[in-house]
Design a binder for this molecule. Sequence first.
Ligand SMILES: Nc1ncnc2c1ncn2[C@@H]1O[C@H](COP(=O)(O)OP(=O)(O)OP(=O)(O)O)[C@@H](O)[C@H]1O
Ligand SMILES: [Mg+2]
Length: 405
Amino acid sequence: MDILVLGMVFFILLALVIGVIISRVSKSSKLEEELREEKELTHAIVASMGEGVLVLDTDYDIKLINPQAEKLLETTAKEAVGQKWAEFVKAYVGDQEITFDKRSSVKTLASGEIKITSIGDDHYYFTRSGRKFPIVAITAPLKREGKVVGVVKVFRDATHEKEIDRMKTDFISLASHQLRTPLSAIKWFTELLLDPAAGTLTMEQQGYAAKIAVSTDRMVSLVNSLLNISRIESGRIMIDPKPTDLLELVESVISELKRKMDTKGHKFIINTIDKLAPIPVDPKLIGHVYANLIDNAIKYTQDRGDISVFISKKNDEIISQISDSGFGIPVNEQQKLFQRFFRASNAIKHVTEGSGLGLYLVKAIVESSGGKIWFKSEEGKGSTFWFSLPIAGMQPKKGEVSLDS
Ligand SMILES: Nc1ncnc2c1ncn2[C@@H]1O[C@H](COP(=O)(O)OP(=O)(O)OP(=O)(O)O)[C@@H](O)[C@H]1O
Ligand SMILES: [Mg+2]
């Protein structure tokens, strides 16, 4: 009897254990199935994307390449997987090959930050059959448990966008050139009209002619800004670096802005941390950067405000800082600061003239010189702009045009 009871208890326990095992097995196979389905879905999405997708590991070896990337890079997954990305596909900025440490994937892997390459960055890939095509791309870190374990790159062929961009630049350049001749004539004849030698005008007529002169000057400066932008964007601009003392360059820029400054009674300070050795930069281009930033500081600072320029050296960069105690830029408008034609709502109230092209041009010059530009600003308190230049200076570039030529 006892044996019978024991047997039944044993049987019930066995049934329970088997039940648990069966339910676990069926749960885990369900999990596996779910994982497999998810993997297949991800695979299908990546495979059908219109953009090229690449996954690299921490050695920059290609781990995955989707069909669109195979097509754009003229390769196959079989050939590409396992290859070193930077050697497999060469990348260029304009005509210059991008060195290994400057490749977006290397930067993303080192910093863990997302890198965006837009149309203005002028990046190209070079396929092994010799086709060079412009790209736009996003390079993002692949993270596992907070650690960067690789890079995902999504890119597309930007040939069409580049062509439209070039047509736009050509159009602006052509229209601006055509406007220059009649504008010069208006300016010249207005000056003649205001010259007493041409006969006396009534006070009222003099007032009208003076207004024509001011508006013409504004239009000439707008046309010049548009031409400078198209010169930079077309990549036809020459870069002619000469050993330059940056402090002397700032002083020469200031002497040209002196009249404007004196009328507003600003206190101006210019300083360097220590004696800076001359660096090879194109004085015309960098002079333009200082002129625009200092002109803004003057324009957007109330009378008797403070303006300062401070040049220092940090690691392998020269940093220029331009500060003012002016109107500042409203926080909610700050992200638009370097966009073409942007003018802040508070500045428009104080200063009517201005095209909103100055900072766009400044950014383009600084970035094409291998530097960066950034700022900090508080409305009602003032603004500080910084820009960096590599201490090694600018790389020379042959070109057909220079600024304001
Ligand atoms: N130092 C500054 N303080 C306050 N606002 C500034 C300053 N610098 C620039 N801004 C704001 O940014 C806008 C864009 O500046 P940007 O130099 O591009 O154009 P602009 O001065 O309006 O015209 P221009 O093409 O003649 O330079 C300005 O209109 C102004 O609103
Ligand atoms: Mg300006």
